[in-house]
Design a protein around this ligand. Structure first.
Ligand code: AOF
Ligand code: ZN
Length: 331
């Protein structure tokens, strides 16, 4: 299952609106003989890829997959049919498919005499590669990670507005890795006017990645001619609204599952205030400024009892910076 999770991670960002799924097929003596991961929409699912790689030796073997195999005719035939036809004796999966159209795969398999086992590494999978997609299916909107880099005193720029390189080179590299795996990056027009970011995913040497997330600029201000987000290195959507729910509805309609909100304070405040941030990812640099804008603008809080409470999921170091991942506590 760990290998299947790694396979799923490799295709994150290329499968939406379908989930990134990984599959490993073992022969009857438990030797891995085929690996596969979900192909872009309309392409084969993970199980089909792994069965193709395994060939005839899959007969009597086991398929290990991060999501319950689908039982429906969608853009592709049911994976349950492929597993049964290949003569697989057992299917081990992590998470049940909550999509009402595709679910029921385990029942179909058992009725055909295939042994099933659910729940292996379910937490790891549902917090990892399937996190955004599970959110997308159960809540009917994309999963939003608000990411920012700030000083220890919570500032995202100095008093004169300069903000280059608050976080370390290691953190900036991590952010490109993150961008590569999401479907869309969202900023406000303010960020475009002040920072003129490219918002592309680039390798450490600066070369753009083959697949680029959709760039989304929110707001009514017209962008200046030289704005880098208007270049042809990736697609850009201009969302002419201030309503975060409207932005997410439009992205949902486009099949965007995983969103990275990259600031600035005004837009972040609107998303947090609307309860539309599902994860906060902050890179805290061991630097103090004592002046300049803070990470979050107005978010509808006027007294301490209204504070947005979060639970810390993970704290790690990123070079000299502290990286904190936190999720809202929703009562
Ligand atoms: C699997 N294995 O690798 C994936 C699954 O439109 P389709 O035919 O591609 O079906 C998409 C649905 O199938 C998707 O919403 C989800 O429920 C399931 N995805 N299932 O057995 C896979 N990606
Ligand atoms: Zn399938």
């Amino acid at each position: 299952m760990r290998s299947a999770v790694a396979l799923a991670e490799q295709v994150r960002g290329s499968t939406s609106p379908n989930p990134p799924v990984g599959c490993v097929v073992l022969d009857s003596s438990g030797v891995p003989i085929g690996e596969g991961a979900t192909q872009p929409p309309g392409g084969p699912h993970a199980e089909v890829m792994a069965l193709r790689a395994a060939g005839e030796r899959a007969r009597g073997g086991t398929a290990v997959v991060t999501l319950e195999p689908c039982a429906h005719h969608g853009r592709t035939p049911p994976c349950t049919d492929a597993l049964i036809a290949a003569g697989v004796a057992k299917v081990v999966y992590a998470v049940s498919d909550p999509n009402p159209v595709a679910s029921g795969g385990a029942t179909t398999l058992r009725e055909a005499g295939v042994q099933t086992q659910a729940g292996l590494l379910a937490d790891e999978v549902s917090r990892g590669p399937l996190r955004a997609w599970l959110h997308f299916v159960t809540h009917g909107r994309p999963h939003v990670t608000w990411k920012y880099a700030a000083t220890l005193d919570g500032r995202v720029a100095a008093a004169d507005g300069t903000s280059r390189w608050i976080s370390s080179a290691e953190s900036r590299e991590e952010v490109h890795e993150l961008r590569r795996r999401v479907d869309a990056i969202v900023v406000g027009t303010g960020t475009v006017m002040i920072d003129n970011p490219t918002l592309t995913a680039r390798a450490a040497d600066g070369t753009p990645e083959a697949r680029q997330p959709l760039r989304v600029v929110v707001g009514h201000t017209d962008l200046p001619e030289g704005a880098r987000v208007l270049d042809d290195s990736a697609e850009t959507l201009l969302a002419r609204t201030h309503d975060p729910a409207e932005v997410l509805a439009e992205l949902h309609a486009r099949g965007v599952v995983d969103v990275l909100l990259e600031g600035g304070p005004t837009l972040a405040g609107a998303f947090v205030g609307a309860g539309l941030v599902d994860r906060v990812l902050v890179y805290l640099a061991p630097t103090l400024l004592g002046g300049g804008p803070v990470a979050l603008g107005a978010s509808g809080v006027s007294t301490i009892t209204e504070a947005h409470r979060l639970a810390v999921e993970e704290v790690t170091m990123s070079g000299p910076d502290v990286r904190i991942s936190a999720v809202p506590v929703r009562n």
